[in-house]
Design a protein around this ligand. Structure first.
Ligand code: 6GU
Length: 239
């Protein structure tokens, strides 16, 4: 079977959403990957199909019931030997290295939480890998799941066009991307940098590298430190 994203959610109608369009959408139509959105509520077996309950100890909001979530996770794991991730703002920050690993495997099982989250015992008991997509709070895990899937799908062989694949090869997540320009040569008094019109491919390459380094140094001291450390350790030297 192709790479598969199996999503556990109370809102299956949110999928494929944006993933049905553009690059990911075309790859989905070509069966280069599969998307299965499963309704968590199908695993609520009591009369009222309850999926959440009030927090132990009191306080605001609702907590997703461990028995319902466990049943949904156990069913999802049958026939897909993929990591199970729980999307939550207190998870480990998702980074390109983990995305690359996920894209190389058989797929992902993604648990999307709503309300205040899920009962901690199901996170512990089912060994869910808790991941966040950034330091901000979404109202639910679904938009985060869409982001994670998008990031993984574009790395699946055959999904990206040749042009985009080459672009990926120059700076693979170590540095921020250099600035891009197109026609016209002058727009609202702003010119395309002269070097990009020179036809000197060596100088263009150097300029782009310098710009990527400058932007990374200015905006992302965290990435800049890691880049310097890796360069020191004999990473193939920047040309
Ligand atoms: Cl993965 N989920 C939610 N609900 N909020 C987030 C997030 C995830 N990542 C950042 N904020």
């Amino acid at each position: 079977a192709p790479w598969t994203a199996r999503v556990l959610t109370l809102f299956p109608e949110m999928f494929p959403g944006p993933l049905g369009h553009s690059l990911a959408g075309r790859a989905l139509e070509r069966d280069l990957w599969r998307l299965e959105a499963r309704d968590i509520r199908a695993h609520a077996l009591d009369r009222h199909h309850m999926v959440d309950d009030t927090p132990a100890g009191g306080g605001p909001g609702m907590v997703m019931k461990p028995d319902v979530i466990a049943a949904a996770v156990d069913a999802a794991r049958a026939g897909l030997a993929a990591p199970t991730l729980y999307l939550s703002p207190r998870g480990k920050p998702l980074a390109q290295d983990r995305v690359r690993e996920l894209a190389e495997g058989p797929g992902v099982i993604l648990l999307c939480g709503r309300f205040e989250g899920v009962d901690q015992r199901v996170i512990d008991g089912r060994q869910l890998e808790e991941v966040s997509i950034g330091d901000f709070v979404l109202s639910g895990g679904e938009p985060a799941a869409l982001c994670l899937i998008d990031a993984a799908v574009r790395l699946i062989p055959g999904v990206m066009g040749a042009a985009e694949t080459l672009a990926e090869e120059s700076f693979t997540g170590d540095l921020l991307e250099y600035p891009h320009y197109t026609r016209p040569q002058e727009w609202e008094g702003r010119r395309v940098p002269e070097v990009l019109l020179s036809g000197h491919h060596g100088r263009i390459h150097s300029w782009r590298r310098e710009e990527a380094e400058r932007l990374t140094r200015e905006r992302r001291p965290d990435l800049w430190s890691r880049y310097l450390a890796r360069k020191g350790q004999g990473m193939r030297s920047p040309d």
